[in-house]
Design a protein around this ligand. Structure first.
Ligand code: SF4
Length: 576
């Protein structure tokens, strides 16, 4: 993997790499890229992540390399809201922003002698010099060897680092958990104007500024333009011109009125962004969506296909490696991530861990929408069999909050004295931490955590060794149909029903494999993965399973119990 990353940087190409969890992707990517940096093939590296946990993994890998003698300056960019020392990041007139340019020189000089500028080091330096830590991070990133940050800073036209990503540069990109990039890019490149939000802001502005104020009138004009459009759900391949002209006018004039209410300021920014997206509206990559609400319509300029944009962004940098544990099928991901150029490479690495450490079983239970109520008991029995076979921590993963909650309640009703926890829709950072801490090493009694597929606990958490002994995955994870997803399907559809797979099957499977990937994290990890759904027996799903999995069918509970018993007995024997 390190070699593939190095060559991508050397050849100014992209490498798409699929490698199982726990084999050291972060270190391999950094190692290859640092070699390329050392040889001058790239001038700076950007380790791009979709989640904060990914940033920490990169920081830790660099720490280990530094301990081995590597001299490299890294900066981690932390989101403004998280690093701001004030209760609310309200920047207008902020004491740390006023006079920033007069005071930053000393701080940046000091920063040059610090090897690792993570959030804590930046915060300390910023407070010492009374500077905005976020601005200081951005400034310090300009001279760093490695910048660790969210995808946004490289790909989002609104916030990307202009020095490196507005024009051609020799930056090397390492895109961690690259399976997320297409969806994230779609969000970054789309724009939305909500009639309901505009109406609410107009009422707010009328209260503060008076009914006849220029801002209220201007908002009224825009609302009239929205109102004039028939409230019918539509997907258009051309712009709704009357609305777009009204937004353009609003964006220009509202800016001149210099609003101060933060929510109105934000709305004006959004309108400006809407006007910008409208300017570059490309019918091959965009759809204009009219979505009727209760009283007003919403208009979305929806980027249905960000691949062209991503391809261009990748071609503007010195080289890129995009890696993840779940990029199957690779041709599909190469296409949607814009990494399918002639010079681009694909690499699929097998697991180096002993195959017998994972027991993967397919359980044919009908768990589609109409069957869920009826099979709730069967699903609960399977989960309990898994947790009862050996004391340990287990995940029970469901495709939606509603289904998860229903199953959790049912399970608790059946076995009120079992140790069970359940994910909640809005959890604070502290609540998430407390949830993770429940996964104690080598527990005496089993714990079952009910979580949502694609959520924070089913992806992106690291529970090595005996902190996780198994995962029951209920359903194939396919996302709920929505207006946008159906359009995606239609757009990608071809004679082979490729559209359905691209819009539903692959994103679903990705969530399943991400959750399953929590189970085996090291070469000594052992664990169980139960795939609970009739559809796993279909040839399509069989073909998409990781090559290092030996998935076996189990039809009866007695057989399941026996397989689990044998698996853990064998593990125990080997441990002795
Ligand atoms: S300028 Fe910086 S320190 Fe001040 S409010 Fe904004 S983010 Fe916070």
């Amino acid at each position: 993997m390190a070699r593939a990353v190095y060559l991508a940087m050397k050849n100014h190409a992209s490498a798409l790499i699929e490698a199982p969890t726990g084999i050291g992707k972060t270190a391999a990517a950094l190692f290859g890229a640092l070699k390329a940096l050392g040889k001058g093939h790239v001038t700076a590296l950007f380790y791009l992540t979709a989640r904060t946990t990914g940033c920490r993994a990169a920081e830790d890998a660099l720490d280990r390399m530094r301990a081995g003698g590597l001299a490299v300056r890294s900066v981690t960019i932390t989101a403004k809201e998280k690093i701001c020392p004030l209760e609310k990041a309200d920047c207008m007139g902020c004491q740390y922003a006023v006079g920033y340019y007069d005071r930053r020189r000393e701080a940046l000089k000091e920063a040059m002698s610090v090897q690792k500028l993570d959030a804590a080091a930046i915060a300390e330096l910023a407070m010492k010099h009374e500077l905005c830590p976020f601005e200081l991070t951005l400034d310090a990133s300009e001279t760093a060897d490695v910048v660790i940050c969210d995808y946004n800073y490289a790909f989002d036209p609104k916030v990307r680092l202009r020095r490196y990503f507005d024009t051609k540069s020799q930056a090397g990109l390492l895109v961690d958990e690259a399976h997320n990039l297409s969806d994230r890019a779609r969000d970054m490149l789309s724009a939305e104007l909500s009639g309901a939000r505009l109406a609410q802001l107009r009422r707010q502005a009328a209260r503060f500024e008076g009914k006849d104020s220029p801002m209220v009138k201007l908002m009224g004009e825009l609302l009239d333009a929205l109102d004039a459009r028939e409230a019918e759900q539509e997907s258009l391949s051309e712009l709704p011109e009357a609305i777009v002209s009204a937004v353009r006018r609003f964006a220009e004039v509202a800016d001149e009125l210099e609003p101060v209410e933060p929510e109105i300021v934000e709305f004006v920014y959004d309108a400006q962004w809407f006007a910008r997206v409208a300017k570059q509206f490309d019918p091959e990559a965009y759809r204009a969506l009219i979505v009727p609400g209760e009283k007003y319509i919403d208009v979305r300029l929806w980027c249905c296909d960000p691949s062209k944009y991503l391809k261009k962004a990748l071609s503007r940098v010195g080289g890129a490696a995009l890696f993840s544990a779940t990029l199957a099928p690779m041709e599909h991901y190469a296409g949607i991530l814009g990494a399918d150029g002639e010079a681009d490479e694909q690499l699929r690495l097998d697991s180096p861990f002993p195959r017998e450490n994972l027991l993967a079983l397919r359980m044919p239970v009908a768990v589609g929408m109409k069957d869920r109520e009826r099979t709730l008991n069967a699903v609960a029995q399977i989960i309990r069999a898994m947790a009862g076979a050996r004391p340990g921590n287990y995940l029970a993963c469901f495709p939606s909050y509603a289904y998860m909650t229903q199953a959790f309640r049912h399970y608790r009703l059946l076995w009120p004295y079992d140790d069970v926890i359940c994910q909640e829709a809005q959890m604070s950072e502290r609540a998430r931490q407390a949830f993770i801490e429940r996964f104690a090493p080598a527990p005496q009694k089993s714990l079952v955590a009910f979580v949502v597929l694609g959520g924070v606990f089913a992806e992106g958490v690291d529970l090595p060794d005996d902190r996780l002994s198994g995962a029951a995955i209920v359903s194939t994870g396919i996302p709920q149909p929505s207006f946008e997803r159906e359009l995606l399907r239609e757009q990608l559809d071809d004679a082979d029903d490729g559209g359905y797979d691209a819009a539903y099957t692959y994103p679903g499977l990705r969530r399943v494999l991400q959750a399953a990937g929590r189970v085996i994290r090291t070469e000594t990890d052992r664990g169980v993965v139960l795939l609970i759904d009739m559809r796993y027996r279909q040839e399509k799903y069989r073909a998409l399973m990781p090559p290092h999995w030996d998935v076996q069918d189990v039809g009866k509970m007695s057989e399941l119990n026996e397989r689990l018993r044998r698996f853990w007995a064998q593990a125990k024997g080997e441990e002795r």
